[in-house]
Design a protein around this ligand. Structure first.
Ligand code: SF4
Length: 272
């Protein structure tokens, strides 16, 4: 078993994969959150299952030295295209995110990506840390507060206008590639599409990523579900969320791209 296979098979590993990402190729995952899933959201589609801890409190969950040690133990980075900071919850909750991004770049020399739910972008320290990432993909699943509450189930103290203001600040300060990632849970009305397009014209991302909840959602915590790993059968209860068709997604993507002139990438539904 080589080092990468060893990382894949260890349940205590903070470096996992590589996993095949429809957006980024072969992605080596770094999990700055660790054993207890922790996020400021509890999304209805979260592959990790029910969040174990919901908080906005930043802290060090995994020492940078542990992540560096695991990265150094890998035999090679040749088969890997990118390093993605994601894992067992919201990565910007990790106070050492900047250090993790710096050490990942220093050791791998690969492009680094942060997948964030956008809830902490109003925090200047978080935006400063994100400057060390080559790509930041920010979550925006809903335009109305009602839909956003229903889909993302945030901690009580957050609101959607503050999140949007945080994305605007990041756009202003961040010179890397900024992507908006949106989970499409059902066909959109014309009004929803118009509102979304209007918002994108204000946020001016470099790319838009449309995803669907095509994988079964674990009902309880599943460490194996980090990245886009398929969870193992026999590991608990699952629920399959309804999923829009490839045609619906493609029509939506065309409409957004044609109007905004911003490139839209869609998950290949059969392979997601
Ligand atoms: S999908 Fe992401 S943002 Fe939503 S609860 Fe899971 S880890 Fe948090």
């Amino acid at each position: 078993m080589n080092a990468i296979e060893s990382a894949q098979n260890s349940h205590r590993s903070f470096v996992y994969g590589p996993v095949k990402s429809w957006r980024f190729g072969q992605s080596l995952g770094i999990d700055p959150i660790g054993e207890v899933s922790t996020c400021s959201f509890n999304c209805i589609y979260c592959q990790l299952g029910q969040m174990e801890v919901q908080t906005l409190q930043r802290q060090i969950f995994v020492p940078t030295s542990s992540i560096a040690e695991e990265l150094r133990s890998l035999a090679s980075y040749e088969q890997i295209d990118v390093v993605t900071i994601s894992g067992s919850g919201e990565p910007t909750l990790a106070l050492n995110l900047e250090e993790i991004l710096a050490i990942a770049k220093q050791l791998t020399r690969l492009p680094t990506i942060v997948l964030t739910n956008s809830t902490l972008l109003g925090d200047r320290m978080v935006r400063q840390a994100l400057r060390f990432a080559d790509i930041v993909a920010v979550k925006l699943d809903a335009i109305s507060s009602h839909q956003w509450q229903r889909i993302n189930r945030p901690v009580e103290t957050i609101n959607l206008p503050d999140i949007l203001a945080g994305i605007v600040k990041l756009r202003r300060e961040y010179s890397g590639t900024l992507a908006i990632q949106t989970m499409v849970l059902s066909p959109w009305t014309t009004e929803m599409l118009e509102d979304y397009i209007q918002l994108l014209q204000r946020l001016r991302p470099d790319e838009i990523h449309l995803n669907v909840p095509s994988r079964p959602r674990a009902l309880v915590r599943q460490l194996d579900a980090r990245g886009n790993n398929a969870v193992k059968s026999g590991c608990g209860d699952f629920r399959q969320l309804p999923c829009v068709s490839a045609d619906v997604l493609s029509i939506l993507a065309d409409a957004i791209q044609t109007t905004t002139k911003i490139p839209v990438r869609c998950v290949p539904i059969a392979l997601s």
